[in-house]
Design a protein around this ligand. Structure first.
Ligand code: ADP
Ligand code: MG
Length: 320
């Protein structure tokens, strides 16, 4: 059985490309780019709450880093460095090696240096701290939405929750939808390029981790604004609608921008080859109010808005 130090050396030590001193000392040394602000975020993934014991370790390794990358994407930041705190049961090198492969696949994809962490024995859990950079004053935030702004979402919100519903036997998907939904669930693609392109364009942004309505609610609260949603092609009532409106784990970006930028954003979708859908607008209504309409403009009352850890882990059908 490898020791803690052998584990770190074998599985979590790789070359770095933009770090003065990485894994192996008491602390890492990094030199932020002059003129940039550091954007820092952390996320915890706990077995039984965020992933199941039989989850494929490679997909889990990818996702452990990807959900953190997504937070930086939502800030309009360029991800640069990460630290990984790992709690592992009796070390099983195969499992850890496969997890590390997925983790470094994601790190390589987004050019992130792993610069440190901590490793300890216990019930399996992972905590990543990620650092990125954005030009001073240009990071995207949740608190800038203005009345009249358009509300946009990237990609295909709802897919991850639908994939989970399939795995849990709450719905039955067939190809190609099945493959698309499972890929969204297991291999989320953080929208870093979109976040960078939205600097100076978006007035507020968030990544969809808890559910579209719940996360839009966060923008509305922090911006003290209201919204009216009318999502093109919203499915009829049922699990597809529920997953789209309230499913978590998508890691798409939800953002607001002045209506005068609508055509720029439509063009950006073409450049990035990523659907960007205008799903409503910010209104001058009471702060926090969210009116949701059907495709034909009829006001609807969604069953739920999203996922809350302190309500019902896993059974709610989405994880964040
Ligand atoms: P210390 O006891 O000084 O905190 P550790 O023995 O915990 O140091 O870790 C030794 C080195 O390995 C440190 O540089 C630490 O950042 C790094 N490290 C520990 N665990 C991990 C991990 N899971 N991933 C990456 N680096 C790690
Ligand atoms: Mg330590």
């Amino acid at each position: 059985m490898p020791s803690e130090f052998e584990l770190i050396a074998r599985y979590f030590t790789r070359g770095t490309s933009h770090t003065k001193l990485g894994v192996g000392d008491d602390g890492a040394l990094i030199a932020p780019t002059p003129g940039q602000e550091l954007v820092i975020s952390t996320d915890l993934l706990v077995e039984g709450t965020h992933f199941l014991a039989d989850t494929d370790p490679e997909a889990l390794g990818w996702k452990t880093l990807a959900v953190n990358v997504s937070d930086l994407a939502a800030m309009g930041a360029q991800p640069r460095w990460a630290l990984l705190a790992a709690v592992l049961p009796a070390p099983t090198p195969d499992w850890i090696g496969t997890f590390a492969r997925g983790f470094f696949e994601c790190a390589n994809r987004y050019n992130i240096d792993l610069i440190g962490g901590d490793t300890t024995r216990g019930p399996r859990a992972f905590c990543v701290t990620i650092l990125g950079e954005a030009p001073a004053g240009e990071a995207l935030r949740r608190d800038g939405a203005q009345a009249g702004d358009s509300i946009w979402v990237s990609g295909w919100p709802g897919r991850a929750a639908l994939g989970l519903a399939h795995l849990q036997g709450r719905t039955v998907l067939v190809e190609p939808q099945l493959g698309e939904c499972l890929a969204a669930l297991h291999r989320p693609q953080p929208r870093v390029a979109l976040g960078l392109a939205l600097r100076g364009v978006a007035t507020a942004a968030i990544d969809v981790s808890d559910g579209l309505l719940a996360d839009l609610g966060h923008i509305l609260e922090q911006s003290a604004r209201a919204a009216r949603l009318q999502i093109p092609g919203l499915p009829a009532a049922g699990i597809e609608r529920d997953c789209l409106l309230a499913g978590g784990d998508d890691y798409e970006l939800l953002f607001t921008a002045p209506a005068s930028r609508d055509s720029d954003i439509a063009a950006l979708a073409g450049e990035l080859r990523l659907p960007l859908t205008r799903i409503g607008h910010i209104t001058a209504g009471p702060p926090g109010e969210l009116v949701v309409c059907d495709d034909d403009g009829t006001v609807i009352t969604p069953a739920r808005r999203g996922y809350d850890h302190f309500m019902s882990p896993l059974e709610a059908g989405t994880v964040s």
